[in-house]
Write a protein that binds this ligand. Sequence first.
Ligand code: MD6
Ligand code: FE
Length: 198
Amino acid sequence: MNYFPQALDRAAQMALLAALRRVVAQAPLFTPTMPRSGNPLSVRMTNCGPLGWVTDKERGYRYQATHPETGKPWPPIPPMLLDVWGAVAGYPFPPQACLVNYYAGDAKMGLHQDKDEEDFSAPVLSVSLGDTGVFRVGGRSRQDPTKKIELKSGDVVVLGGEDRLAYHGIDRILGGTSDLLAEGGRFNLTLRRVTTPN
Ligand code: MD6
Ligand code: FE
């Protein structure tokens, strides 16, 4: 993985948070549910961009152009995020989806691969805001050894190339480690290319 600690300074984090607040105002956070079981994930999520990643009991994991509850198109990806992609993704086409995950106090994310995209030649880029998240990343097999990295507010991670299909997840959030979010907790934004460019 390519790790860019403190890629965003405090001023940039505040500007990105302001843009994110506008996204969430137009596309409210919702509670996603697992395919088949219908069990809720512990994160809440929303998206911006032409496509958004969603999941529910009936239809499972997928990308779609509209919010599952409002039926409206997702708001655009904030230009600042497109600039971050342009600076570090090393991929000559823009992202099509930005998944926004919000972790309140005890939320976590199990070990997973991001593999619902058509185009694995594009990386997935993540930006963290707010409390520190304990990130675990391994290899392309679930059994591969993993390492832990504490992702702090302003850190950027890129999973691309050999690591594009590496297993990864969030063990827990370290409450009280950032004062960026008045409500506490952590946002993670992941930028993705979904379809293969022409
Ligand atoms: C998170 N991140 O940091 C979860 N996926 O909350 C991811 O699932 C992720 O950080 C793909 C690439 C980078 C990531
Ligand atoms: Fe992921």
